[in-house]
Structure formats: C-alpha cells, structure tokens
Design a protein around this ligand. Structure first.
Ligand SMILES: [Zn+2]
Length: 147
C-alpha cells in the first residue's frame, strides 16, 4: 500500500508537528486571550495592546455540544465517500471553543462533555492524487492517558 501525499483542506488551520496534528491559533500578547482560527487583532474590548502571536493550541478538550449532519451539504464542502457525520464544539483549556468534525465513535455513542483529542483524516483525494485532509476530534482512548 502506498501512502498518498497529504495536504490540509485550508491554509493556516492546522499542521503536522512531530508526527501529530496541531491547530494553529492566536494568543494575545497583552491579555492572553486565545483565538481559533488565528486572527490579526485581539477583539477583547478591555484589551489595549491587541497584538497577537501565533500559537499551537492544546490537542485535547471536552465536547461542549454536537449535531449530526444528516444530509449532504452544498458542493462547497467536499467529502468522498459521503456519510452522515457529527460536528462538535470542543472546549480547549485555553478557553477557545473550536468547531470540528467528530470521528472515531459511532454517532449514537457520542456523549456531551466527553474528552476529545485532535486528529486528521482525509476528506477526499484530489486530481493530483493527494489526500486532502481536515482536522477532526475523536474520543480520547480510555486508559491511554495523555500522550
Ligand atoms: Zn488582548
């Protein structure tokens, strides 16, 4: 089996670092507020400085809420083969709530507040034979502990 080249579905959302996936966010140098996706300026109204630095966000968080995408979205979103999937909101320790597709669990086994960790999976293969990847969240393997 050959491994196809992997490319992210969008620039500046996530990257591979030391073999694992990480989300690219921003942290305000003055007030410490985190953002995802990364931003150009802090939007905290009490913040005076507003200068942001790029940071990698935590790979684990808790599932705040989710919904199941049961019908195929418009063509702008590409996924082959198509199957219904869950989209969740994950609360990260930095105080950021990140939306992402969920994986690694049957839809009926998803539970609010379950610990989730970041991963990446292919959405489809492009015309150049590359796997177009997106970040997703999967349940933290029980008993595995934080790596
Ligand atoms: Zn700020």
């Amino acid at each position: 089996m050959t491994t196809a080249e992997r490319i992210p579905v969008a620039e500046d959302l996530f990257r591979w670092s030391h073999g694992s996936v990480e989300l690219i966010g921003s942290r305000c140098k003055a007030c410490g507020t985190h953002y995802f996706p990364k931003r150009l300026s802090c939007s905290n109204p009490d913040c005076k400085d507003k200068e942001l630095a790029e940071v990698a966000l935590s790979r684990q968080g808790r599932l705040y809420s989710y919904t199941v995408q049961g019908y195929r979205p418009p063509a702008l979103f590409k996924m082959e083969p198509w199957t219904p999937y869950a989209i969740g909101l994950i609360d990260l320790p930095e105080g950021v709530r990140v939306m992402g597709m969920l994986t690694g669990s049957a839809l009926e086994d998803i539970v609010i507040d379950m610990p989730m960790e970041l991963t990446a999976e292919p959405l489809y293969r492009d015309e150049l034979g590359r796997d177009v990847m997106t970040y997703k969240f999967k349940p933290v393997a029980s008993g595995a502990g934080a790596a």
